[in-house]
Write a protein that binds this ligand. Structure first.
Ligand code: GUN
Length: 286
């Protein structure tokens, strides 16, 4: 192994500590305790685990946390009414609707996300926050890519002037990652399933972010020697076996720094959600 291992737990601890400090400041200056509401509709087992972890993180930092469990049969109107109630609740500074929604509600996903008050949109999925990120204004930013950016900064990996390549163009990771890196003055290229000569492009990357959702997709021949490789993929290839989008075993011999899966950037997401909840509480004061 030649690459430096970027362990999620090290950076997640730092990001949680920052969230705790910012929350303490809010409490001291304004008497405010940050509050997060997580809505989960139906009984997706993976979602239930995420929601429990979010609640635990809130409790550990002394945040107010409200879990709203709604049945699989919930209607569009019932879900919108719940969001409306939370939009008006002064104890709640952040609202997150856990995705994916049950099949019957999926046609309304955009409408549901747009019903959240943009100032409480701790996922950063509302078009107002997307637009603010793209135009370089203060915004609530999606947790996973924001966590990746903060990790690069905390690990002292140079971003300004670097060639950054993002593989994957999702609204949750790829596109916000592009804008975050651009905002830090990287030269950014975004690749996807139709990109020609992908390996040629990725080999130019000083920073390579993989968010495609394909197990072991990025191989050593696609990586520039010494590059920082950030693996956002979480692919279950057997009941108890998770792998990333990066072929860790071969890439770790070429890269300068690499995140493992599991134990990599996945741990940063909840830490950033805590930071976004504090940030949302602050924005609501302005
Ligand atoms: N499901 C998986 N990841 C996420 C996320 O970041 N936000 C929400 N709301 N749902 C998710």
């Amino acid at each position: 192994m030649t690459a430096r291992l970027l362990e999620g737990k090290v950076f997640a601890a730092k990001l949680r500590e920052e969230a705790g400090q910012k929350a303490a400041e809010l409490k001291e200056k304004y008497g405010i305790t940050p509050g997060l509401a997580v809505i989960i509709v139906g009984e997706n087992p993976a979602s239930q685990v995420y929601v429990r972890n979010k609640h635990k993180a809130c409790t550990e930092l002394g945040f107010y946390s409200e879990g709203v469990e709604m049945p699989e049969t919930t209607t569009r109107e019932e879900l919108l009414a719940e969001i409306d109630r939370l939009n008006k609740d002064e104890k709640i500074h952040g609202i997150l609707v856990q995705l994916p929604l049950p099949k019957a509600l999926q046609p309304y996903e955009s409408e549901v996300l747009e019903a959240i008050d943009p100032l409480k949109d701790v996922d950063g999925f509302h078009p107002v926050n997307v637009g603010r990120l793209v135009t370089g204004q203060k915004a609530l930013v999606p947790c996973t890519p924001h966590g990746c950016l903060r990790m690069l900064e905390l690990a002292d990996i140079p971003i300004e002037g670097a060639n950054a390549v993002v593989i994957g163009r999702s609204n949750i990771v790829g596109k916000p990652m592009l804008h975050l890196l651009l905002g830090k003055n990287a030269t950014v290229t975004i690749c996807h399933s139709r990109t020609k000569n992908l390996a040629e492009v990725t080999r130019q990357a000083d920073i390579l972010v993989a968010a495609v959702g394909r197990p072991n997709f990025v191989t050593a021949d696609m990586v520039k020697p010494g590059a920082a490789v950030i693996d956002v993929g979480i692919n279950r290839i057997a009941p108890k076996k998770l792998v990333g989008d990066v072929d860790f075993e071969s890439v770790k011999e070429v890269a300068g720094a690499i995140t493992p899966v599991p134990g990599g950037v996945g741990l940063l997401t909840i830490a950033m959600l805590m930071q976004n909840t504090v940030e949302a509480a602050r924005l609501q004061l302005e």
